[in-house]
Structure formats: C-alpha cells, structure tokens
Design a binder for this molecule. Structure first.
Ligand code: ADP
Length: 537
C-alpha cells in the first residue's frame, strides 16, 4: 500500500458534540495550524484516507466500531507512516488505556487532559506535526529510492540486451577452443542471473506501486507448479538437494495470471533450493480444499528465526544467515511474492521452528469451482517453421543491440535490414515492405508508436509489427497495440521471445485470413526448417 495521497499537515478534528471542535479550531488557526473539522465519522475517515497531519478527538467518540476502524487503518499504514492520534481525555490513566482497546497496541496515541490548557494543547499538536513531517520526509526518500531503482533497472536493460545477444551469438557457433567456450558459458550464465535481478528490481517497483495489472484467466495451479518444478530440476541437482512433488488428485483451478503465479511458485521453490544445504529435501504440494487452493513449499534447510518470519516479506529484508553472500539476492523475491499473491486475493505465510529446522511457505488462493466438464486445455504452442528468407527491418537506435540482433536473426535465415531512428525506419519499411518489422519504441526522430501508425496507414495490416520496449507495463502494451503493433516484447529480448512473438502473429494472421490461407508447415528456413531457439538462462 502506498498510503494517503497527500502530505497534508492539517489536523482532522472530530468532536461533533459540545464546543471542543470550535475551540480547538480557533486555537489552531491562531497558531497558524490548519484545522480540518469533520462533522461525521465518515468525513473523518475520508480525510484520514486522503492524508492528514494528525487526528484529534475526544475519548467519548471512541466507541468500539470506530476504534476497530482506526486500528485496522493504523495497522495497514505503509511502513513510513505512524499517524498521530490525539485524544481529549478526563479519565484517569488506567481507564484511558482500557477505553482505547486494540488501538493502544499499534496506534501512536497521546492524551491531552481536560480542561484543556492552551499551551499544553498546542505543544502536543506541534510535537505530533513535527513527527508527521519527519514521516513525510521518509516517504519522500523511499519514493526517490523506488524511482531511482525503477530507472536503474530500465537503464540496465539496454546494455544487458546487447550482452545477451552477443553471448547468444557466440554460444550458437561451434567454438573449438574449450577455454573460450567455458568462459562464454560463464558470461551467459551470469548474464541470465543479472537479467533476473533486473527483472526483480523492475517488477518490485511496478508491483508495489500498483502499476501492474493481472491478466487473469482460469489457471491450473497444479499444472503450473509442475512446470516450475521441471524448470528448476537442474538447479536442485546442482545444489545437491532432492525436489519432489506430492501427487495431487487433479487440476486445482484458480482465477489468476499464469505468468505472475509462475513467478510466485518459482520464487518460493528457488528460495527453498538456495537455503537448503546439500543433502536436503524439498517437497512441494498443491491441493484444493474447502474453497481454497493451497500451495505448500517445505524444505529442511537453514530455517528462519521466529522474529524474521514477517519481515522477510518486506523489500530488501533478509534474515541473518550463515550462508555466504553469493547465495542471497537483493531481498526482493518474497516482497514480490507477497504483493502478487495479495493481488490475487490470497495470502502467503512463512513458518519455521527456527534456525536449522527448515521452512515452510504456504500460499492460499481462492479456488475456482470447476464446471462438471472442463474444456480440454489448449495445445501447447509449438514453434513452427518460417518461410525461407523472410525479410525483417530492425529499427533500433542502440548500435550494439541492432548489430548483434541482426546477426542472430540472419543466422536464423532472415534477411535483415537495420535502421537507427524513426524516419529512417519508416523509409526502410516503406521501401522494402518487409514481412516483419521489429521496432524499438524509444527512437530519435519520432517514436515507435508513430512509426507503427504511419506504416499501418501506408501498408495496411500485412507486415508483422513487433514493438520492443524496456518497460512491460500494461499501458505500454495497450499503447503498442493501439498504434498498430501485433506484438509487444520486453527488453532484454531473447531470440525465444521474438520467435514466439513472430510465430503467434503469423498464426493469428493466418487464422484471420481463413483456413485455406493457414500455412502450417509452410516453408522451410535456411537454418534447417525450424526457427532455432536459443535456450534462455
Ligand atoms: P533473497 O533470497 O534475494 O535474499 P527473498 O525476498 O527471496 O530475497 O528472501 C528474503 C529472505 O528470506 C532471504 O534472504 C532469507 O533470509 C529468507 N528466506 C527466504 N526463503 C527461505 C527459505 N526457504 N529458508 C530459509 N530462509 C529463507
């Protein structure tokens, strides 16, 4: 949660009975502090949600439902916020605290004795506002940090793309020299690792600031988990731990974004592998019961100290471990997991009896009740052949990315022409009329969106237009499709991503043109009939 929308220093006053509100407002106004009188509790709620410097109210207004609302609000505050609540009171100390109930546990509550002395009242208000100002300072610092991290992640994507393509190129050649082959493999592995860190950085800033929307569909959590486990099998073997899945009776359906849920499962299992020493065991199970889909990832690894079970879900938070730093990442994975699970209406919990006793992570999501007869799942998309010598215009202003990607595509049998800015790209595309245009969105001259619009206006729907961007936010995608792109891929792109995007578009276009035009098994590519795919990671 990002908290109230303003950094207001107004004092919200809720004292509907008697003259408390009028007197307090008057005193505050004379002291140059903005009063915000609220006639109803609903009005007070609205002001608190929009942002206030502090809340002022008499103890007799603190009836249980209001205390409950305030306690919930206080508990859900973002970490930087600790809203001061000032209570006019004439009760003796003990009774005062009892009257507060649950609010006294998490709330920043102070009392002003009745009859109210002007000086003590203003001193209490000023001290509350000073504290609130410091909280706003922390908020600004956190926001600046997050903005910086988002920018850093974005800026790292271009150089990473170039390194990735260059390494792909080397790895696809037969390298006779084992020394070069070995070090190229290291670069490839480490680039994949860097790539994951950058993805996490960008994801965390987008997810936690609410910029990610889910593409929900009916998804089988059991199947999705099986896929994750398959992809992490090699990592488990390398780490010397056993990774098993408890067999489940069938599909466990949830209404979710498959890509994001896969991120959740893979993150938890990767952690289990990372934090379990050689010889250990990890067991994963998925089950559907009484309205809930439950995923459990249990390991017998290093465990988590009890006082860290909650905080490990916070950004950059890591439990103290005896592992060397190379095991740990940036402390972002679990923050991402929790944000994504919450967005799906679920919860994630960690459990451990302490260091050395292993850990259990449980994700609970709302279960979709299956219809009596499920439609069979769509067939897994296979990458088919592409026609020999398809023409591609690649519009990209980063020379390294353009050159390496052009070479990779050429190796796959495409005929590639490059362009470095919007106007040049447009004239190339109009002159060549390629089968495919791959277009970076941030271009000098005019941007990729305008380029796509102009191409569509002149050449109609035929050429496949694929946008490549640094940000994968939903509005980027929407904007790309609106401008006339058929597909949208996020940098750093792998040849996989591109191949699948091209293939998806070809199928869509073939289907739109009618069954006769469908070209399953169409032509052959010079590289051996099938778009060869470079394994990622
Ligand atoms: P990272 O793994 O990059 O540090 P995460 O957010 O994924 O970040 O995890 C945060 C912290 O939670 C880790 O640093 C580790 O201390 C702890 N943790 C996560 N999963 C486990 C696990 N399965 N066993 C023990 N500790 C874990």
């Amino acid at each position: 949660m990002t908290g109230p929308s303003t950094n207001s220093l107004a004092i919200a006053i809720f004292a509907p009975v008697g003259r408390d509100a009028a007197l307090a407002s008057d005193l505050l106004a004379k002291a140059d502090i903005q009063p915000q009188p609220c006639r109803t509790f609903e009005e007070l709620q609205r002001h608190i949600e929009n942002g206030v410097g502090a809340v002022l109210l008499p103890e007799e207004e603190l009836i249980p439902p209001r205390i409950a609302w305030l306690s919930d609000w206080v508990r859900a505050q973002p970490p930087w916020s600790d809203l001061p609540i000032i209570v006019f009171s004439s009760l003796p100390g003990d009774l005062r605290l009892r009257a507060l109930g649950q609010l006294q546990e998490g709330g920043n509550v102070s009392f002003v004795d009745r009859p109210v002395q002007r000086r003590t009242f203003l001193a209490a208000i000023r001290s509350a506002l000073r504290a609130r100002e410091r909280q706003y300072d922390s908020r600004r610092a956190i926001e600046a940090r997050d903005q910086f991290l988002a920018m850093l992640g974005h800026e790292l994507r271009n150089p990473l793309s170039a390194v990735r393509f260059a390494t792909d190129l080397i790895m696809r050649q037969h390298v006779p020299d084992p020394w070069i082959a070995k070090h190229a493999a290291t670069i490839e592995r480490q680039t994949a690792h860097l790539n994951r860190l950058v993805d996490d950085l960008l994801d965390v800033s987008r997810v936690t600031s609410g910029k990610v929307t889910l593409r929900k569909e009916r998804t089988d959590l059991a199947l999705l988990t099986a896929r994750c486990l398959e992809s992490l099998h090699g990592m488990a073997i390398a780490q010397g731990v056993s990774l098993t899945r408890r067999p489940e009776s069938g599909a466990v359906l949830v209404d979710g974004d498959a890509v994001r849920l896969e991120q959740v499962v893979c993150n938890l299992v990767t952690n289990a592998i990372k934090y379990t020493p050689r010889g250990g065991h990890i067991e994963v199970s998925v089950s559907g019961r009484s309205g809930a889909a439950v995923l459990v990832v249990r390991d017998d690894g290093i465990g988590i100290p009890p006082d860290h079970l909650d905080s490990i879900f916070e950004v950059f938070n890591q439990a103290p471990t005896s592992l060397d730093r190379t095991k740990g990442g940036l402390g972002l994975g679990l923050a991402l997991v929790r944000a994504l699970v919450n967005m799906h209406g679920g919860v994630v919990e960690a459990d451990s009896a302490g260091p050395g006793t292993g850990s259990t992570f449980t994700v609970t999501l709302p279960l979709v009740v299956a219809a009596s007869r499920e439609a069979p799942p769509p067939p897994v998309e296979a990458i088919g052949p592409h026609d020999a010598g398809m023409r591609v215009v690649l519009v990209e202003d980063n020379v390294d990315i353009r050159d390496t990607l052009a070479e990779l595509l050429a190796l796959d049998g495409y005929r590639v022409d490059g362009a470095g800015d919007g106007p040049q790209g447009l004239s190339r595309i109009l002159a060549i009329v390629p089968d495919i245009a791959l277009v970076d969105v941030g271009l000098p001259g005019f941007d990729g969106y305008e380029l796509a619009q102009r191409v569509r206006a002149q050449l109609g729907p035929a050429p496949i237009l694929i946008a490549m961007t640094g940000y994968g936010q939903p509005d980027d995608r929407a904007r790309a499709f609106e401008a006339g792109f058929d597909e949208h891929v996020v940098k750093p792109v792998s040849l996989d991503d591109l191949s699948s995007a091209i293939e998806r578009t070809r199928r869509k276009k073939a289907a739109a043109a009618g069954p006769a035009a469908s070209s399953e098994g169409g032509g052959t590519s010079p590289s051996g009939g099938v778009l060869r795919v470079v394994a990622r990671n």
